[in-house]
Design a protein around this ligand. Structure first.
Ligand SMILES: [Fe+2]
Length: 304
């Protein structure tokens, strides 16, 4: 199985309208009614972020794309071979995600993954309400996300052995003396440095962060201005990551997880890549103490 790319993500919201205004005014995507929720467009596809009405504000599912019906059938065979219980999408789910077919299942840490093939769209030109010229998507997929993986070894093995992901590199997060949490960065069948990362810990919102990539530093800076103007909470200052070279900053979303907004992520030739461990998160910047760090301090205080 060769997962081609991250095609879409699904989030749940008590009030999908909160994502409509955030998606347009902060992210620069265009919002469109979709069932009980909304679809956020960031390119020619009918939606890349699907917001469904739910009882909680949270991340819900990661939508991985296969290239053909044959690969879709082969993927289902592989799930069966590995004894993974999977579920066929309902007609309503297929309509909302704008795909030909889809199955979903959970990884060993409980994250919901959806495998699909074929997409439907009118190919209307993407017009950003915030004037964003475009997002880096296409063959690289919509971006990346970091998912909670308390069972990180089993979850990594699942992503590699069942879904065919590869390991890009690792990082060990040390939020306090004596506490170590690994982050495994993983790629699928395209050059994006990572489409998925696994974080060794619990995250109530179901996601650590979701990354969207724009084409220039100016577009990152303009998003920073929009964050300040709209009173959106900063989660990490501007910085450049050691592993994927993304220059980015982080802010809070209505889903209770952070958004990374960046540019300049590098693409990798996987035939000439060697796995490594980064001993620092960033080449410069990315002060996580302003947002994530504050949450961690509160959590440590609660636990004490
Ligand atoms: Fe990221």
């Amino acid at each position: 199985m060769d997962v081609a790319a991250l095609a879409y993500v699904v989030v749940k919201a008590q009030d999908p309208a909160s994502w409509s205004s955030f998606g347009e005014a902060m992210l620069g995507m265009s919002a469109h009614p979709a069932g009980s929720g909304i679809a956020l467009r960031m390119d020619e596809r009918a939606g890349r972020v699907f917001v469904e009405r739910g009882e909680n504000d949270c991340y819900f599912a990661s939508g991985w794309e296969l290239r053909s019906a044959a690969e879709f059938e082969a993927a289902k065979d592989r799930l069966r071979t590995h004894g993974v219980a999977f579920h066929a999408a309902s007609e309503a789910e297929l309509a909302l995600r704008h795909v030909f077919d889809m199955v979903w299942f959970r990884d060993p840490s409980g994250n919901r993954h959806e495998l699909s093939y074929g997409y439907r769209t009118g190919f209307e030109r993407f017009v950003s309400p915030a004037g964003v010229p475009g997002f880096v998507t296409g063959d690289l997929g919509l971006g990346h996300m970091v998912l909670p993986a308390p069972q990180i070894d089993a979850t990594r093995a699942f992503m590699m052995d069942v879904l065919g992901f590869g390991l890009s590199d690792i990082l060990v997060h040390r939020p306090a003396p004596g506490i170590e949490q690994r982050i495994d960065f993983m790629h699928c069948g395209n050059g994006r440095h990572h489409s998925l990362a696994l974080f060794e810990g619990e995250v109530p919102s179901g996601c650590v962060h979701l990354m969207f990539e724009v084409g220039s530093l100016d577009e990152v800076g303009r998003a920073y201005d929009r964050m300040l103007a709209q009173g959106v909470r900063l989660m990490a200052t501007l910085g450049k990551h050691t592993n994927d070279h993304m220059t980015s900053f982080y802010f809070m979303s209505p889903g209770g997880f952070a958004i990374e907004y960046g540019f300049g992520g590098r693409t990798i030739d996987w035939d000439h890549h060697t796995v490594f461990e980064s001993t620092s998160v960033s080449l410069w910047g990315h002060d996580f103490s302003v947002g994530f760090g504050a949450d961690e301090q509160a959590a440590l205080a609660d636990a004490a």
